[in-house]
Ligand binder design. Structure first.
Ligand code: NDP
Length: 289
């Protein structure tokens, strides 16, 4: 078989989707999960069940972890001992960049290399056209196994610093989670007048679609450290931020999220940035006083 064998450890929705993608592409796929029965369906489809973690490590040079966090990796691998030597651990579990860097050292001390990653699509899209995964870690190790990893989705390699993939991953989820909460907050606000979410929906969609058109100019301002522009300056946008907090308070919905946004404008105003573009909020966001 010209395809490289692969081991997948952690069979939540994400790990299961990965195993299916590898099996569909003809890879010899070994699986292990703390709760053994979660492997049953995959074994019926052709995956090989490892009885122990040591067996799972022995089966393939590439061992993909799809766990809740990095602590789970230590819980699983701590007892593996010599079985780790020579393995490439591709950890696609979510955590913070520092934990990722520490894990690289921990694995190196046991003779294994770490490729850290973050999957940027929900489980049902793994292996499909829209799927992409951030990776970071030693370039040569990544490139040696890129063809295997490509099965899961586009491989976006970010650099040697192991923390980079988690940094990009968390930055993407920062946008995602904040935007989802903003949408729900807006729906709650109009909902206080008896407006169902479906009536507001077309306006929300229009808003989300147009936001991306502001990002190229905003990125330029951020990179150049200059924030010219009087179409949407800090003073005007800050007044709007205050109105949102007031409207929310009057309507009796929570004010935590709009208050956090208003605080950015308040600090930019206090720093004398009232006449600059809203993008100058970046300067107070990156250096909270
Ligand atoms: P789940 O939480 O459903 O699965 C987690 C897996 O980790 C399970 O196999 C679980 O084993 C195992 N696990 C957790 N703690 C331990 C431990 N202490 N010891 C041994 N095994 C442990 O997560 P998902 O499959 O949804 O996600 C996996 C990773 O992928 C997460 O980091 C998530 O953030 C990320 N991700 C998920 C997406 C999604 O849409 N689901 C999207 C993008 C990224 P057991 O079965 O025994 O409980």
């Amino acid at each position: 078989d010209k395809r490289n064998p692969v081991t997948v450890v952690g069979l939540g929705p994400m790990g299961q989707a990965m195993v299916r993608a590898f099996l569909d592409n003809g890879h010899r796929t070994t699986v292990w999960n703390r709760t053994a029965h979660r492997a049953d369906e995959l074994v019926a489809k052709g995956a090989i069940r490892a009885a122990t973690m040591a067996e799972a490590l022995a089966a393939s040079q590439v061992v993909i972890l799809s766990l809740t966090d990095y602590q789970a990796m230590y819980d699983i691998l701590d007892a593996a001992g010599d079985a780790l030597a020579g393995r490439v651990i591709v950890n696609l579990s979510s955590d913070n960049p520092d934990k990722t860097r520490k894990a690289a050292t921990w694995l190196a001390n046991r003779g294994a290399s770490l490729i850290a990653g973050g999957v940027m699509v929900p489980a049902p899209l793994v292996g499909h056209e829209a799927a992409y995964v951030f990776y970071s870690g030693p370039r040569a190790v990544f490139e040696a196994h890129q063809a295997t990893l490509r099965i899961l989705g586009r491989t976006d390699y970010l650099g040697e610093d192991h923390g980079l993939s988690q940094l990009y991953y968390q930055a993407q989820l920062d946008i995602f989670l904040t935007s989802l909460s903003a949408f729900l907050h807006a729906v709650a606000l109009v909902g206080t007048a008896g407006v169902p979410a479906k009536s507001f929906l077309p306006y929300a969609v229009d808003n989300f679609n147009s936001i991306s058109s502001y990002l190229a100019e905003a990125s330029r301002h951020v990179d150049e450290g200059r924030h010219p522009g009087d179409l949407a300056n800090v003073a005007m946008m800050g007044a709007t931020a205050r109105h949102i907090v007031e409207a929310s308070a009057d309507a009796g919905v929570e004010i935590g999220l709009p208050s956090a946004v208003k605080a950015h404008y308040d600090r930019a105003m206090a720093a004398g940035r009232g006449n600059e573009s809203w993008t100058s909020l970046f300067e107070v966001i990156r250096r909270p006083s």
